[in-house]
Ligand binder design. Structure first.
Ligand SMILES: Nc1ncnc2c1ncn2[C@@H]1O[C@H](COP(=O)(O)OP(=O)(O)O)[C@@H](O)[C@H]1O
Ligand SMILES: [Mg+2]
Length: 412
């Protein structure tokens, strides 16, 4: 796929990039006067219909078939014209050209919102409610998004609209509640993954597929809510690789003390280890119906010395470094130019590793994303403890933290 190509009638209008994506190259496209987002999957590849039969071909054919079935199954359940589904960005087309799969959705023009924590409480509540409503719609039909995180939420503000809305994207890792892909095939993000997802990956006994329900998304939504309202993820000890690991070890996540009690209580329940004890999205929406829930109390007065950021409250450790065991790259967080993108960025000091989203733009000259010119990112390596005892490699996305900030200027 390159700029100017026409693929199945879609004219590619921007230089393809893999910015903010893991398993795809994407670009904007145009067909019959409408703007689209088009995504080329790097894997799996679809074997030719007339390829010579062999055991390996049969496996690849089966993998491709399962991939198609999963995508078509989700598309059938989630129709773009479903009532009230306006903030769910669904596939409008899914096809293969030669051996390569493509997916198409409407193009979303994102608003500039680098710091949702600076919004007024009412603005925050509305942003979060639009996200919660989309999730509720999914959950009402027992679909788990499966990869909920800031990169998969685009923030939109229409010209004359008073409020920002959240658009939920990337249903490529979605599955029916209780029926996730096998541990070696399931995707997810190491930072936003739920405790039971981590254990499923490790094939811990008692953590079979039935444990992976919509509550997986509720855990991620709890973390994202903390991030959007305070600017940071909840705190946890550096010895843990992720919030889920801390929770699995029986630790309490450190919630920002400026949060009102109602929201603290809600987030505490949303991040419980036992998915059955987490609230459903309806309860989330109810709690956010009062913007007071997003009103921060003033910071506690401190003695001399620099104030700690919320993520460090009560922490004895220094600024949080990567919780990602596979983070090998230089840390550039905070040095990156002020993003003009739509994905919230937590502050450097308390540094939850939240990658930055792109600004869709048609001007390649503004792109600073190495990924935009360097071609597809090398396959990500799973963290050691995530490697299942199987011959196929895990598709779990390791959150590369600040490394991704450089990629974040992705301009297709
Ligand atoms: N409909 C869209 N409009 C504009 N930008 C989009 C759209 N869908 C995705 N993007 C951008 O492309 C990035 C990668 O897309 P995504 O579907 O999340 O791919 P992946 O499955 O590789 O994570 C997203 O993080 C977002 O920045
Ligand atoms: Mg994505």
């Amino acid at each position: 796929m390159k700029q100017g190509d026409v693929i199945a009638g879609y004219r590619i209008t921007t230089a393809p990039t893999n910015a903010n994506g893991g398993k795809c190259i994407w670009a904007f496209a145009e067909k019959s006067g409408t703007a689209y987002f088009i995504k080329q999957f790097l894997e799996p590849k679809r074997p030719k219909d007339d390829a010579a039969d062999s055991p390996s071909l049969r496996i690849r054919r089966q993998v491709a078939q399962e991939f198609e079935e999963r995508h078509r199954g989700i598309m059938k359940r989630l129709r773009p014209d479903a009532p009230g589904g306006g903030n769910i960005v669904l596939a409008t087309d899914f096809f293969h050209e030669g051996s390569t799969y493509f997916k198409v959705t409407e193009r979303i023009d994102t608003a500039s919102l680098a710091r949702p924590q600076d919004l007024e409480p009412r603005q925050k509540a509305i942003l979060l409610k639009t996200l919660g409503t989309s999730l509720k719609q999914l959950h009402d039909i027992e679909v788990v998004h499966g990869d909920l995180k800031p990169l998969n939420v685009l923030v939109q503000k229409r010209d004359r609209a008073a409020f920002h809305t959240a658009k939920l994207i990337d249903f490529d890792d979605s599955y029916l509640a209780g029926k996730p892909p096998a541990p070696e095939d399931i995707s997810g993000d190491s930072l936003y993954g739920a405790p039971e997802w981590r254990r499923y990956l490790r094939r811990d006994s008692g953590f079979g597929p039935d444990r992976l329900t919509c509550a997986v998304d509720v855990f991620a939504l709890g973390l994202m809510t903390h991030l959007y309202v305070t600017g940071d993820l909840p705190g946890y000890d550096d010895k843990f690789g992720s919030p889920a690991d801390a929770v699995n070890a029986g630790e309490l996540l450190r919630l920002d003390p400026r949060l009102p009690d109602t929201l603290q209580g809600l987030l505490r329940r949303m991040t419980l280890a036992d998915p059955k004890h987490r609230p459903r999205t309806a309860a989330y929406l109810k709690a956010l119906s009062n913007p007071e829930a997003c009103t921060l109390r003033p910071r506690p007065v401190r003695g001399p010395g620099p104030a700690k950021s919320p993520g460090e409250e009560g922490s004895t450790s220094g600024p949080r470094t990567s919780r990602v065991r596979a983070n090998l790259g230089p840390r550039t967080g905070g040095q990156a130019p002020v993003p003009t993108d739509a994905t919230p960025v937590p502050p450097k000091s308390s540094g939850p590793a939240t990658p930055v989203g792109p600004v869709p733009s048609d001007n390649p000259a503004t792109s600073a994303a190495p990924a935009a010119t360097a071609g597809p990112r090398a396959p990500e390596r799973p963290a050691a403890s995530d490697t299942p005892p199987a011959s196929r490699t895990s598709r779990v996305r390791i959150n590369f933290g600040d490394r991704n900030r450089d990629r974040g200027r992705g301009t297709p």
